[in-house]
Design a protein. Sequence first.
Length: 299
Amino acid sequence: MKRTLTAALTAVTLAVLAACSSGSPEAVPTEASTDDPVTVTIGVTDIDKEYWDTFTELAAEEGITVELKNFTDYQQPNPALSNGQLDLNQFQHLLFLANYNVNSDDDLVAIGSTVIYQLGLYTEKGYATPDDIPDGAQIAIPNDATNQARALLVLQSAGLISLKDGGNALSTPAEIDTDASRVEVVPVDANQTSVQLRSLDAAVINNNFAADANIDPTSAIYSDLEDTDTARPYVNVFAARAEDADNPLFATLVEIYHRPEVIDQVLESNKGTAVEQDLTTDELGTSLTELQDLVRDAG
């Protein structure tokens, strides 16, 4: 998920949201052609990216007019989808969607996967691999719930810590098995992780904060892209209302996203720090259900 766009566009977006009806959304067509085009509205957070231009052009060739609505507040696209302002959104990973559904008592579904954006381990101490980091080293991690758990899983996958019972997408530092771990984690605000590189041995840094600090994302010495099974909760998805889960028109849009003309631009724009994920709807549904159960159990 990424940040973008202007305050003016945000104001327009929020104004439209405020005017949303609480009634049932209108039924979405299931077929389109160039002779009988259909408009599909998709909520995104990175409308300025070139690949959306390519995506909309290819969709138009299938008779689908894609209207993109940009959001800068990640809390808005799911309610907008649920209320019918949007037909789809594409900005979030599975865990974000699971949290939303549980906390909002909603039932949005994932109808297609896109990519996983890396969460990387960086250092300025000259370590080339996680194995080079010495025992007792201090590593900064984000302290917000979602990114903290993911950072812990990154460090475990890299062989630097061990989590009791293997950990999960909601793990906390309290679950670290200190006797079986090589390093000490230092939780800090996510926007401070890059700053900690000056004093600590390494840091796990989100892509956007690495970019803000002018850190080359390809300089990460490890990321969860090297273990995509561990990163499954962070697969970004197209989301739809439950009643539209099997809409063939939406399946066409997911397929278009994975065409080389689009996905190659997506990967290029992320300098190799994203990996394409083309999961089945059954796989996505199973993962989303498991994550929702995890969120509920955590209270």
